[in-house]
Design a protein around this ligand. Structure first.
Ligand SMILES: NC(=O)c1ccc[n+]([C@@H]2O[C@H](COP(=O)([O-])OP(=O)(O)OC[C@H]3O[C@@H](n4cnc5c(N)ncnc54)[C@H](OP(=O)(O)O)[C@@H]3O)[C@@H](O)[C@H]2O)c1
Length: 325
């Protein structure tokens, strides 16, 4: 072990353990054969019971990124923590400043592992296009989190999902899929998809391993297994679900389908922002790469999009389970 290595942790804190990624990180830690205590945090008191049922031997704490006192209590005795924040609905800078203050107060120099979704090669807010820099959406949030955490002097790593979550097919793109049998994803561009179970497990690996301080600020750029365009995803959905899904490259149609729901959930302007985000991905396509980092972290092949669709067939069109694939 290098002289700069921090030993494996004794107590790990996981935020967002009731949601995407965090739940699977907590599962992997709870199921590991390491001698490590798990503490899971939720900002919502209503979720404490559900978390206690899922993690009976874990400590459950209520902690809110906006409430410093609750964070100080949550970080007490912790030497590694998984951080995940919601898109749009939080002041990311303030949240991360509070996290760093609480982590310093713990006196244990906890290793912070933050989930981001940065385009590889975009390294600070000034490098974002104005439309993404001037709206408090995820592209800006990722860079704000990086800036605050990297300046904190704490051991920090980023699990950077340069990939859409496969689950998004059942949320972001679901309405037009069900209502019109189209994959409405404007600006047909190369992308990848990652399974949130794999991401959570990868986060657990980063948290449970000794952390070398020479790697502070390191971005673990994880992607899916293959480069794929949304038009090709439509073809894959058709093949696996046995239901004809047409690809639609029409920003206005996309907005018409989702604007009401998205703006209600994420705030005014969120749909326009999302369209800009997608257009930006098309412009940044030359920066697009697929990495083997996820495979390396997991020590096995990550799950593929085709297998994920097969597994979730009945969630799309229950009747398609009866159709030949
Ligand atoms: N979807 C994608 O394709 C994709 C791709 C790459 C990266 N990402 C990134 O992944 C991250 C998570 O996305 P998501 O859709 O899974 O997010 P999410 O479920 O909306 O939020 C993540 C978690 O944050 C916790 N949380 C919310 N407010 C909090 C607060 N004030 N204090 C403490 N915890 C709080 C929630 O847990 P509690 O309610 O229990 O507190 C929740 O489970 C985002 O940063 C997103 O940009 C997403």
């Amino acid at each position: 072990m290098s002289a700069n290595a921090r030993p494996a942790p004794h107590r790990v804190l996981v935020f967002g353990a009731s949601g995407h990624v965090g739940a699977f990180a907590a599962d992997a830690i709870a199921g590991s054969n390491r001698n490590v205590a798990l503490r899971v945090a939720t900002s919502s008191v209503d979720k404490a019971g559900e978390l206690k049922a899922r993690y009976p031997s874990a400590e459950i704490v209520q902690a809110d990124y906006m409430d410093l006192q609750s964070l100080v209590a949550a970080f007490d005795g912790v030497d590694a923590a998984f951080l995940i924040t919601p898109d749009f609905r939080i002041d990311e800078q303030r949240a991360m400043i509070n996290v760093c203050a609480a982590a310093h107060a713990a006196g244990t120099q906890p290793h912070l592992v933050k989930l981001t979704g940065v385009t590889i090669g975009i390294n600070n807010a000034n490098e974002l296009r104005p439309s993404l820099r001037e709206y408090p959406g995820p592209a800006l949030q990722y860079q704000q989190a990086r800036a605050v955490l990297n300046a904190s002097g704490l051991p920090v790593s980023f699990l950077n999902s340069f990939a859409y979550f496969m689950d998004d097919l059942l949320t972001v793109w679901l309405l037009p899929l069900l209502n019109r049998r189209v994959l409405s994803a404007p600006f047909d561009r190369s992308t990848t998809f990652v399974d949130t179970r794999d991401l959570g497990e990868a986060a657990a690996r980063l948290l449970l391993e000794p952390h070398d301080r020479e790697h502070d600020g390191y971005m673990h750029h994880v992607t899916g297994t293959e480069r794929i365009r949304f038009s090709e995803v439509a073809t894959m959905l058709t093949e696996v679900l046995g239901v004809e899904i047409t690809y639609e490259d029409d920003p206005q149609a996309f907005k018409d389908d989702v604007e009401e729901v998205v703006n209600m959930h994420f705030g005014p302007g969120a749909t326009d922002y999302f369209v800009e985000f997608c257009l930006n991905e098309q412009k940044e396509e030359p920066l697009f790469i697929v990495t083997d980092v996820l495979q390396h972290l997991l020590g096995r092949e990550p799950r593929t999009l085709r297998d994920w669709i097969e597994e979730h067939k009945s969630a799309f069109f229950p009747e398609s389970t009866a159709l030949p694939s």
